[in-house]
Design a binder for this molecule. Structure first.
Ligand SMILES: NC(=O)C1=CN([C@@H]2O[C@H](COP(=O)(O)OP(=O)(O)OC[C@H]3O[C@@H](n4cnc5c(N)ncnc54)[C@H](OP(=O)(O)O)[C@@H]3O)[C@@H](O)[C@H]2O)[C@@H](O)CC1
Ligand SMILES: [K+]
Length: 498
């Protein structure tokens, strides 16, 4: 599992070490110089003679950058520090000067134009404008330099390395404001930060290297990302004496005369993910049975529900079934996945074993229906913030679908899963995901009731498996939702072997 901690968590963990004289900045700068040196050797064979340009902000992030620049200068690099404030970390500046680095104040437009040449000529640029002390987008001279960097021709573009985080990201919430450099590598200190896992900030962060500074961090991370072994540990495995009822029966209330495909695909997701049995309720029974003869149509006992996909607003009978299923789930402690059409008829407050699976537009509508202001664009710009608002307002676990899927549950549980290819943004893929998650909740129904944070972990696991199935179905190329469902058994088997 990848784990990340907030700026406050990291500061609190650094405090006792700093108080006892541990040279954290020197350690951070040394590790940064090692990583940059490695990149330079990989791209141009050696560090000696490399042109290194430092973007230096007014705080300790600039201090790290200057110290790393000094170490690289001592290894023969030609280092230029572009200062963006009249305040600069004194120790870092002294170190760079002592190592014969060049120091250039770039406080006005003309200086920024001159500095653009340093950027264009550089082999590597270190972004040391803002770290965990940044508030909002980069202001002033630093923003001017980032704009010059962004507009360099592709063939003049140097390698860009972010110091701790790309400047301008919301460290804790993954937002981005104003100029944010698109970096190739982020070298982050002490712990990974939420912005390096969360959309949209993480898209700017490139590869992430975490430098261990020996910090003691709180037990619960701010945002996590599951990996294969975590999913294997969460997956409900059939015991030797298992039968279909023990393994979990999933009630599926999906599809309508207008959208029967949603029901077929949701059943496919659940069946191929290994659920004990699917019970289908609705008018698409013939189509579901034609595709999946193992499905049972009609009422009966279930351990979990998935409701709402492809339920047309003008289909009162199916909407009534959705309502009944939701009431049953709430009255009988059965976990439930609530998708698409069912989001509109969600009760005001629900427990965390109800998992909502909206995309950005549906999440905005859900928030607006509860008196909050939100647009689709605002949700996309701050997925964690809005998923958390939806959790706070409804009590439900929230899986917000997107290129990176964000999951929020109670007690601060949060996941960011970036497992699928862009090709996965295709009609019906969400129905398959709902089926996979339903299968997991059915298989671990009692556990999900006992541990209110488990549904969030299972939702993250479903997103991982779904994303990997899309890669597996057709590596590097287009996939249909049906292809994704078909790839599930092999992907689950692979994860369980991992
Ligand atoms: N703590 C440690 O022991 C260790 C810390 N380490 C390093 O320190 C970094 C944190 O350092 P930090 O706290 O000095 O904050 P930092 O990110 O440099 O920025 C603050 C400065 O920026 C300014 N500023 C703020 N917002 C701005 C904006 N939008 N646009 C422009 N300016 C803005 C703000 O000025 P102010 O607004 O307060 O006037 C202030 O001067 C951390 O990320 C890591 O790299 C490592 O060495 C390991 C050990
Ligand atoms: K930075």
């Amino acid at each position: 599992m990848l784990t990340s901690w907030t700026a406050d968590d990291v500061r609190a963990a650094e405090r006792p070490l700093l108080a006892s004289g541990v040279p954290l900045m020197e350690r951070a700068a040394f590790a940064l110089a090692v990583h940059v040196g490695r990149e330079l050797r990989a791209t141009r064979g050696r560090v000696g003679g490399a042109r290194v340009t430092l973007l230096v902000g007014s705080g300790n992030n600039g201090g790290d950058t200057l110290h790393a620049g000094a170490l690289l200068a001592r290894r023969g690099a030609q280092v230029t520090a572009l200062l963006t404030s009249d305040r600069t970390h004194a120790g870092g500046l002294d170190a760079l000067r002592a190592a014969h680095g060049r120091v250039v104040p770039t406080l006005d437009d003309a200086a920024a134009d001159d500095a653009a040449q340093d950027l264009a000529r550089a082999d590597v640029v270190l972004d040391g404008l803002l770290g965990i002390g940044g508030r909002g987008g980069v202001r002033g001279p630093g923003a001017r330099l980032l704009a010059r960097l962004r507009t360099l021709d592709a063939d003049a573009r140097p390698l860009v390395v972010a110091v701790d985080v790309p400047s301008g990201v919301g460290v804790d919430d993954g937002t981005r404001t104003g100029e944010v450099p698109d970096v190739d590598l982020t070298v982050t200190f002490g712990a990974c930060k939420p912005a390096l896992l969360l959309p949209p900030a993480a898209d700017a962060a490139g590869r992430v290297e975490v430098v261990d500074l020996g910090l003691t961090l709180p037990p619960r991370p701010a945002v996590a990302r599951l990996e294969a072994t975590d999913v294997a540990a969460l997956w409900p495995l059939p015991g030797r004496d298992a039968h279909k009822y023990v393994r979990g029966v999933l009630g599926v209330v999906a599809g309508s005369a207008r959208y029967p495909g949603a029901a077929v695909l949701q059943a496919a997701g659940a069946v191929r993910a290994g659920v004990g049995m699917v019970r289908y309720l609705g008018s698409a029974g013939p189509q579901v049975l034609a595709a999946h003869p193992e499905v049972v149509v009609g009422e009966g006992r279930v351990q979990a529900w998935v409701v709402g996909s492809g339920v047309a607003p003008d289909d009162p009978e199916q909407r009534a079934r959705v309502r009944d299923a939701l009431s049953h789930a709430l009255a009988h402690d059965e976990p439930a996945v609530v998708d698409a059409g069912a989001l509109e008829i969600l009760p005001d407050r629900v427990p965390p074993h109800v998992v909502l699976t909206p995309h950005a537009g549906e999440l905005a509508a859900l928030l607006v229906a509860r008196g909050a202001h939100a647009t689709r664009a605002e949700v996309e710009a701050a997925p964690l913030v809005h998923a958390r608002r939806a959790h706070d307002l409804t009590g439900a676990t929230v899986l917000l679908k997107g290129g990176t899927t964000v999951v929020v549950g109670p007690h601060g549980a949060a996941y960011a899963q970036a497992d699928g290819p862009s090709w996965l943004a295709t009609a019906g893929a969400g129905d398959v995901l709902g089926g996979v998650l339903g299968a997991l909740l059915a298989g671990r129904s009692a556990d999900a009731m006992a541990d209110p944070t488990l549904p969030a972990a299972l939702a993250a696991a479903a997103a991982l498996v779904h994303g990997r199935a899309a890669h597996h179905a057709n590596p590097g190329g287009p996939v249909s939702a049906g292809d994704v469902a078909d790839a599930l058994p092999a992907v689950v088997a692979g994860l369980l072997r991992a």
